[in-house]
Design a protein around this ligand. Structure first.
Ligand code: WT7
Length: 652
């Protein structure tokens, strides 16, 4: 899309400032202090980051160079060595934090467990031993497919401890999607559970893993946590119960030190073309980004009890459930299940029950809470909360106001945080002690982040005009490459502007207002944002075309009150197939099987043919208009056959 077409309709004028009481206790209290630190971080990044890295991280061997930048490849803290799990665990032992809760877990059925830093360290050490005995070595890949239970966090930290590279696969993905990811990174070990609870039902995770491994010969071991007690098949010589593995292992584990640039994890995310991209994050820079941003953005205090509702299968769970929070020695609340089980007030009940102080959630969840009704909220006190956060998509001013009044009782600052799987940590955000917020804007850049709104040539556009959103300088927690596909890395992120080969292209459109605040408009590539989840239109189309009845398919997004965008697919059938409601249902189920239920189309529409350009490119723009407005008014001059649109308008 041309940057000229990027427009934002938001006319939001309201601003909100933190209360004097919040400001007084904040980790950073004044705009002038932020401005001083921010300028230093941009103008003398080596000095700024050297200081932060030395203060925030525990090093085994000091680094000799802050940044080696050969665009588009960066190495941060060159020559340094550390262990990420040591930074998250051992570092707190022997201090006042040793017996502090690291995790407070509540399962969907209501079971509660509290795990202190000392205990978490013990569990991670045992698992690290077990993994080493299995033959897992530094650099080996381990797939984690688990519910939101403490063992998922233990598994991630045990990988980090032995230098294994984890790839967490969200529990909502199908066997097919697991198989593709495991094969792409050649994982040797899979860590899973028999099942996980979701709305009172068991999601059969182990069964999905079994199906995936049938097509993934690289896997030689599977570790299984018993969570729900549902029957599973254990394969002799391959599968082992977590508890048995755990019982045989010794309690202490000397963590080895790894290079700053040692790979920490791969996380697959949707791109605009083809299969998911394996975003690679490495050790020191990633950890520093996650730790520093957690401290400032969430204004962390020793007594906070922090709740992020994201699953560890997403980057938010990596940076703001596990690494950023545990490296700060915080208490993290983990919830396994659905927000409306058994009733739509589950979150509010848990906030009161555990005295949670910070809530970080997504606009799609906030919109669902609004729809479920205020009464579910008003039954609870929520007076422990002091700070709210939002992430995943632009938050509508209406949802922002509701969050502010109903949940924050007008006294909690809201941090609307913009970032991506690729950026590793929060990039644009208010700092809650002083930034006046405007509903719908992620406001100002975090330390070390230099964003810009540019036209198609990479030139900065005037204030208040829409354009492409780029980051013009490298930052420590940036992705390093795409696993096994450096060419795609260059193409996807560093090839948008021929004259600025060092500009990172985010894929988003944005606008900067007169106060310098950034307003993110949304994706401008072929990526949809459905309930805060990234879904590539091409992935959905490929899944549809793999069904025997389908000839051709086009997937588009339509604005949706609850999900942000909903997924509409236009499908042409093979001559042998017959259109029917059953087939629509079968196609939805097929996409669910190929990708996961999060990618199931909300609407399937059969078409005699799809609108194309003369060169044969499907014109998704017209389909999007049709799906949204029921008719096409936009420019159709490049359309090959005008009658296609007329027919589509009459078909439903
Ligand atoms: C895309 C990244 C990073 C955590 C969750 C999603 C959109 C994310 C915001 C926000 C406006 C946002 C962007 C971005 N996005 N946060 N606060 N305001 N848009 O991670 O799956 O990598 O998706 O989510 O479009 O590019 P992700």
């Amino acid at each position: 899309m041309d940057s000229q077409n990027i427009t934002s309709v938001s006319q939001e004028k309201r601003t909100f400032s933190p209360s004097a009481a919040f400001k007084r206790q904040a980790n950073l209290q004044t705009l002038s202090k932020y401005q001083r630190l921010y300028s230093e971080s941009i103008n003398t990044p080596d000095k700024f980051w050297a200081k932060q890295a030395n203060e925030q991280l525990v090093w085994r061997k000091p680094f000799r160079q802050v940044l080696q930048w050969k665009p588009p490849h960066a190495k941060w803290f060159v020559g340094g060595k550390l262990n990420v799990s040591e930074n998250c665990l051992d570092h707190h032992l022997g201090t006042a934090r040793e017996n502090k809760a690291a995790l407070i877990f509540e399962g969907e059925p209501g079971d509660v467990r509290t795990i202190t830093y000392r205990q978490l360290h013990f569990h991670v050490c045992r698992m690290a031993h077990f993994m080493e005995n299995l033959g897992i070595k530094a650099g080996d890949r381990v797939a984690i497919y688990m519910p939101m239970i403490p063992e998922a966090v233990i598994a991630m930290l045990a990988c980090a401890r032995v230098g294994a590279v984890h790839t967490v696969i969200f529990g909502g993905f199908s066997a097919e999607a697991i198989k593709d990811r495991i094969n792409d990174c050649h994982a040797k070990l899979v860590i899973t559970a028999d099942g996980g609870w979701r709305r009172g039902k068991i999601i059969e995770l182990k069964a999905n893993v079994d199906k995936a491994i049938a097509g993934a010969p690289c896997v030689h071991s599977v570790m299984v946590v018993k969570r729900c007690g549902n029957p599973v098949t254990m394969v002799e010589g391959r599968d082992v119960w977590w508890k048995e593995a755990w019982e045989g292992a010794p309690n202490c584990h000397d963590a080895k030190a790894f290079d700053s640039e040692h790979p920490l994890f791969i996380l697959y995310t949707s791109g605009s073309t083809g299969k998911p991209k394996g975003v690679l994050h490495t050790s020191a820079g990633y950890l520093l980004g996650a730790k520093l941003s957690s401290h400032y953005v969430f204004d962390l205090k020793e007594n906070d009890r922090y709740f992020c509702s994201a699953d560890i299968g997403w980057i938010t769970g990596h940076s703001y459930v596990v690494y950023g929070l545990l490296s700060n020695g915080s208490t993290v609340f983990l919830y396994e299940g659905a927000p409306n089980h058994p009733e739509p007030d589950r979150f509010w009940q848990m906030i009161d029950r555990h005295g949670l102080t910070i809530l970080y959630t997504a606009p799609t969840a906030i919109r669902a809470f609004m729809r479920w009704g205020d009464n579910y909220v008003l039954r609870h006190r929520l007076d422990s909360l002091r700070l709210l956060g939002s992430v995943g998509e632009p938050i509508n001013p209406e949802a922002w106001m509701w969050y502010h009044k109903m949940i924050g009782k007008k006294k909690c600052p809201i941090v609307d945080t913009w970032w991506q799987t690729e950026t590793g940590s929060i990039m644009v955000t208010p700092l809650p002690g002083f930034t006046p917020t405007k509903p719908g804007s992620a406001t100002l850049p975090f330390f070390g982040v230099k964003p810009m709104v540019v036209d198609s040539d990479g030139n900065e556009v005037p204030r208040n005009s829409g354009g492409k959103f780029v980051i013009t300088q490298p930052w420590p927690s940036m992705l390093r490459t795409l696993w096994g596909d450096d060419e795609r890395y260059k193409k996807a992120y560093y090839s948008e502007f021929a004259r600025h080969p060092h500009y990172y292209f985010t894929g988003d459109g944005a606008r900067q207002d007169k106060d310098g605040y950034f307003w993110i408009i949304g994706r401008i590539d072929d990526v949809l944002n459905v309930s805060g989840h990234r879904i590539g239109t091409v992935e959905v189309e490929s899944a549809l075309v793999s069904h025997p009845a389908v000839a051709e398919a086009a997937a588009v997004g339509r604005p949706d009150e609850l999900k942000g965008q909903s997924l509409v697919v236009f499908v042409t059938l093979k001559s042998t197939a017959v259109a029917s409601e059953e087939l629509k249902e079968a196609l939805r189920a097929h996409v669910g099987k190929e990708i996961g239920s999060l990618a199931k189309p909300d609407q399937v529409r059969f078409a005699a043919s799809l609108p194309k350009t003369r060169s044969g490119k499907i014109m998704r723009r017209l389909l999007k208009e049709l799906a949204t407005n029921g008719e096409v008014k936009g420019d159709t001059t490049t359309l090959d056959d005008l009658s296609v649109i007329a027919t589509l308008q009459t078909e439903e």
